[in-house]
Design a protein around this ligand. Structure first.
Ligand code: ATP
Ligand code: MG
Length: 452
């Protein structure tokens, strides 16, 4: 496998470079993944053409990272990132090279890359694979090894510490011993790396097939709690009862178990974070620990952790909501109104994800999930949905304006009255008609005025 078969569109793309006297190579993950027999759609290119020269070759080019020599070319409805060969010198701040020099040498360009298995290049002309750092041997041994002196490479850019763990998690590879210990030694440099870059690697790790491998490497080297100090209290926190692992090990196991249930980022993250509130509320009792209210503490911690990583507001909302509601305790004895209350509380759109999270949690604890009760809950929810009963305030037969017409003042009072009406209707869907609800609202309001 010394030749990469170059897709026709890339051959046509490369022709523009070669016709103008430049070279073009596919580099990085795409070549590595090809050699592993994996599919890769994310092609990174490198060339000896300067960015301005690439911009002259094509009609639609965006200077996406021009200061690092990267432009994005739109070609035949696809986007290709092309970076000019470069060498980097003197990382003064441990995250940005203090200068980027464009060079005419592929060899120098491959030297600045992070790991031997990420330093292959495939010539787009004929697909010939160039391997100047013996990446093939490391691929064969399923090993991630820094190019050159690992300590120096991690000191230059501490993000590489996370990249090693993330790629180990993606490929189920081991990290070479020296590379691993250098990761631990330089972990504090991660504080120099921007939240966005850390977030991207962490999320890719969590979305990989083997997150436990990457997370365990990070834990073992003390990196995990540098990156996510919120886990400090979970590390070694004894649980007892049905739990055979401490809270941090269980969190890692649940994240791993979630791989079998989902490929969505919110559930994978919720699986990792669902018990993060336990250290805040732990109480020792009769030879075990109890953690009453940990889901509420966990909701707050997840919010601030994800905010610090500059995650999107939607992701923060979804993950913290799942963490908050992960402790539901469905039993066959639940009445229909209890099921309706559960839907109203948890939110209909979150229920499939809460079930996935529960399965991951159970697999982490017991090795398997008993889904009999969860399937029953699902069926009962489906039956309730078929009845089209009100499950949220917007499903009520009256709205805020109707209540204002009754003389109930705008704001908090309207909110409290609507919440009361929903409670009533969740108990007895038969009450969801306008006349009855207006009647109830009036009585509730009078009583509230009287008791205040
Ligand atoms: P994936 O398949 O997940 O995209 P990748 O190895 O292609 O993995 P990218 O982030 O797309 O990862 O980076 C492309 C290439 O750029 C890497 O293979 C590596 O050669 C180089 N690279 C990326 N980040 C760094 C870094 N921080 N330091 C050195 N080289 C890097
Ligand atoms: Mg890539």
């Amino acid at each position: 496998m010394n030749v990469l078969s170059i897709p026709p569109v890339i051959r046509r793309f490369a022709r523009y470079f070669t016709d103008a006297g430049y070279s073009l190579y596919i580099v990085g993950g795409a070549v590595r993944d090809h050699l592993l027999g994996l599919k890769s759609e994310d092609y990174d290119f490198t060339t000896d053409a300067l960015p301005e020269q690439v911009m002259h070759l094509f009609k639609h080019v965006i200077p996406t990272g021009i200061e690092h020599g990267t432009v994005t070319v739109h070609f035949e409805k696809q986007s290709f990132e092309v970076t000019t060969f470069r060498s980097e010198s003197d990382y003064l701040d441990g995250r940005h090279p203090s200068s980027v020099t464009f060079i005419p040498s592929l060899e120098e360009d491959l030297k600045r890359r992070d790991f031997t298995i990420n330093a292959f290049a495939a010539d787009c002309k004929d697909g010939r694979i160039i391997d100047l750092h013996d990446g093939k041997t490391d691929l064969k041994n399923r090993t991630i090894r820094a190019i050159g002196d690992p300590r120096q490479r991690f000191a230059e850019d501490a993000l590489r510490i996370l990249r090693a763990a993330r790629i180990a998690a993606k490929l189920n590879f081991v990290i070479d011993k020296q590379t691993l210990s250098a990761m631990g030694m330089l972990k504090d440099n991660l504080s120099k790396v921007s939240a966005e870059r850390i977030r991207e690697e962490l999320f890719k790790l969590v979305l990989s097939d083997h997150p436990a491998r990457g997370l365990s490497y990070l834990r073992e080297q003390g990196i995990l709690t540098v990156m996510l100090p919120e886990f400090k209290g979970a590390d070694g926190l004894y649980q007892g009862g049905m739990h055979h692992e401490d809270v941090l090990s269980h969190s890692i196991s649940a994240c791993q178990a979630s791989v079998a249930c989902t490929s969505t980022l919110e559930v994978r993250l919720a699986a990792l974070l669902h018990d993060i509130g336990k250290s805040e509320v732990v109480v020792a009792s009769e030879g075990r620990n109890t953690f009453i209210g940990h889901e509420l503490a966990g909701e707050m911690i997840s919010q601030s952790l994800l905010k610090r990583l500059k995650a999107s507001n939607t992701l923060i909302k979804d993950v913290s909501h799942l963490v908050r509601h992960h402790m539901f305790d469905y039993q066959s004895t639940w009445s229909d109104s209890a099921v309706r209350r559960f839907i109203a509380r948890a939110g209909l759109q979150y229920i499939p994800q809460l079930l996935q999270l529960r399965i991951a949690d159970q697999i982490a604890i017991h090795g398997t999930a008993n889904t009999v009760l969860l399937d029953e809950l699902k069926q009962r929810i489906e039956a309730i949905l078929e009845e089209h009963d009100a499950l949220s305030i917007k499903d009520l037969a009256v709205n805020g304006n109707d209540l204002m017409d009754l003389g109930i003042p705008k704001g908090e009072k309207i909110g409290a009255t609507l919440a009361y009406l929903l409670e009533t209707v969740l108990d007895d869907p038969g009450q969801n008609n306008r006349e009855q609800l207006l009647n109830l609202a009036e009585k509730y309001h009078c009583l509230a005025v009287f008791t205040n």
